[in-house]
Design a protein around this ligand. Structure first.
Ligand SMILES: N[C@@H](CCC(=O)N[C@@H](CS)C(=O)NCC(=O)O)C(=O)O
Length: 118
């Protein structure tokens, strides 16, 4: 498996921690800048986002929670996460949405031109 990531992405960190916690060993890390839309990434994920996980079959999974779900599904250990516990899912929903909102707000400031104030 190959995990495409960059060092500032909170979503990539979530997947990396999940990979470490689940003891996945057959994973290679590819540090890239998704904002540059590198060919190596867009060939497997046309949206050019990290994290992206590619499997031996060549299939790619993107969206951090789907990747985590795949890694947890492969894990032999019992994990603390119970994906059918509604209280857990509610807390995760809040946390993940806060991550998405915070990230979008940083990106807008960084990449959208600010109007000049005369
Ligand atoms: N909802 C996605 C968010 C992924 C995302 O926005 N990743 C950012 C880096 S933190 C990215 O790759 N941005 C590049 C781009 O949008 O071109 C997830 O949970 O994986």
């Amino acid at each position: 498996m190959q995990l495409y990531l960059n060092d500032t992405s909170p979503f990539a960190r979530l997947v990396l921690v999940t990979a470490l916690e689940t003891g996945i060993e057959d994973i290679q890390l590819h540090w890239i800048d998704p904002w540059e839309s590198p060919d190596s990434l867009t060939e497997v994920n046309p949206f050019s986002t990290v994290p992206t996980l590619t499997l031996e079959s060549g299939q790619a999974i993107f969206e951090s929670l789907f990747i985590c779900q795949y890694l947890l599904g492969r894990c032999q250990k019992n994990t603390a996460v119970k994906w059918c516990d509604v209280d857990d899912l509610h807390r995760f929903s809040i946390g993940k949405t806060l991550m998405e909102m915070s990230f979008r707000s940083v990106v807008l400031q960084r990449f959208v031109a600010q109007p000049e104030i005369c």
